[in-house]
Design a protein around this ligand. Structure first.
Ligand SMILES: [Zn+2]
Length: 266
């Protein structure tokens, strides 16, 4: 199927995206089918819909590995071609986080991206949280909730004890040398499909199809509030089922230490 800019624009409007909206976009270009003009067309369609007073934010995450120290002007996003296309627009502003930066086009781009502290990748006051607090919505364009990074903000708002790990990340200093900074580690997201079950149950999702892609739009604040409530009752909700997942094993240990869950011996 060939997908055009007008079709993407129409699909986004049908889903409920409007002029002046602020939106975080998680995306997979290939999920849409054959897009005429590729990632450029998708970004154009998003900006068409929200207009000059709207705001589009995308994750432009990076590895922070020693062999590729983070330079906000140069280091490509590892979160897909649509995010890299938006990042490299002249009008885009990128935050300075060494592993969990975002890029923003729109009226609030500067205030949303400034002072993104290394120890606050996806926590309270991070760019994604700022956009959600400003009535932002979350768009999943051909990806599931395992790509919905805002859920990590809910983990922090719910004060889950397993979000206490740190990691080293390499950055390019002002002098052009590589240096190491400490960041807070982000947890495993392979269990985030549980979020879709909660969101659908509570009527928080608008769903549709654009090209070949399933798409979802949700109000960011409503989702975070609901998740914080649910996590209070079910603190292990977001952990994945892979017995080999070290990060979720650590999370279960921390939840048990804080007596939030009981670990079985079997
Ligand atoms: Zn896991």
């Amino acid at each position: 199927m060939t997908v055009t800019r007008a079709e993407i624009r129409g699909g986004l409007r049908t889903l409920g995206l409007r002029a002046d909206d602020r939106v975080i976009v998680h995306s997979s270009l290939s999920s849409l089918g054959w897009v005429e003009g590729g990632a450029e067309t998708v970004v154009d369609a998003l900006l068409d819909v929200v207009g000059t007073d709207g705001t589009v934010m995308v994750p432009t995450f990076t590895t922070g590995d020693d062999d590729r120290p983070f330079d906000p002007d140069e280091t490509p996003s590892v979160t897909g071609r649509i995010t890299e296309e938006l990042r490299t627009r002249d009008e885009a502003v990128r935050s300075g986080h060494p592993t969990h930066s975002v890029a923003v086009v729109g009226a609030d781009a500067k205030s949303l991206t400034e002072d993104h502290e290394p120890t606050n990748s996806l926590g309270p006051g991070s760019p994604m949280h700022r956009l959600i607090e400003a009535d932002g919505s979350i768009l999943l364009l051909g990806v599931g909730h395992t790509s919905n990074s805002s859920v990590h903000v809910a983990e922090r708002l719910a004060d889950l004890p397993y979000r206490d790990q740190t990691r080293a990340a390499a950055v390019v200093s002002d002098g052009g040398e590589s240096q190491t900074v400490t960041t807070n580690a982000v947890h495993c997201s392979y269990g985030f499909d549980a979020v879709e079950v909660v969101a659908r149950r509570d009527g928080l999702l608008t769903e549709g199809v654009i090209g070949d892609a399933d798409v979802q739009l949700m109000d960011g604040q409503a989702l975070l509030e609901e998740l914080v409530d649910v996590l209070e009752a079910v603190p292990n909700l977001l952990l994945c089922a892979d017995p080999g997942c070290d990060r979720c094993a650590y999370a279960r240990k921390r939840l048990a230490e804080e007596e939030l869950i009981e670990l079985r011996d079997d």
